[in-house]
Design a protein around this ligand. Structure first.
Ligand code: SF4
Length: 125
């Protein structure tokens, strides 16, 4: 398991942090320095209703590499994201995890172009 890389499309749960909130049009509004996910925080978000947390928020957590179905020596979730979601140009999002982001490490700005469109439960969790 990598100690240095962070998955930007993690499930909610212990060890995760809030990466962003899906805003209007399904675009992620990033929350740099977002709170750590605790059972209490998770319950508060769940109480707002509206389906699985991962369909309304994005979470970041340590990359588990071979512990993930998208791992084959590299992360294929970011490849799947390009197939399933629309990439947009413009400035890099201010996400707060770029220094350790697995997708950034693999693809640089191309990953950040599609990242704001990703809904984790869509296909890239
Ligand atoms: S915006 Fe880029 S660096 Fe930030 S989480 Fe998404 S892919 Fe990673």
């Amino acid at each position: 398991m990598s100690e240095r890389h962070t998955c930007p499309s993690s499930q909610a749960g212990p060890g995760a942090t809030l990466l962003g909130i899906l805003g209007p049009g399904g675009r992620v509004v990033y929350t740099p320095n977002g709170p750590r996910v605790t059972p209490e925080f998770q319950a508060r978000l769940a109480a707002r209703g509206g389906g699985p947390l991962e369909s309304r928020y994005r979470f970041a957590a340590p990359c588990v590499e071979s512990g993930c179905v998208f791992w084959d020596g590299a992360c294929r979730a970011v490849d799947a994201a390009h197939e399933d979601f629309v990439a947009v140009g413009g400035a890099l999002p201010e996400c707060g995890i770029r220094e350790t982001c697995r997708w950034w490490a693999q693809q640089g700005p191309a990953a950040c172009a599609v990242c704001p469109s990703v809904r984790t439960n869509g296909s890239t969790s």
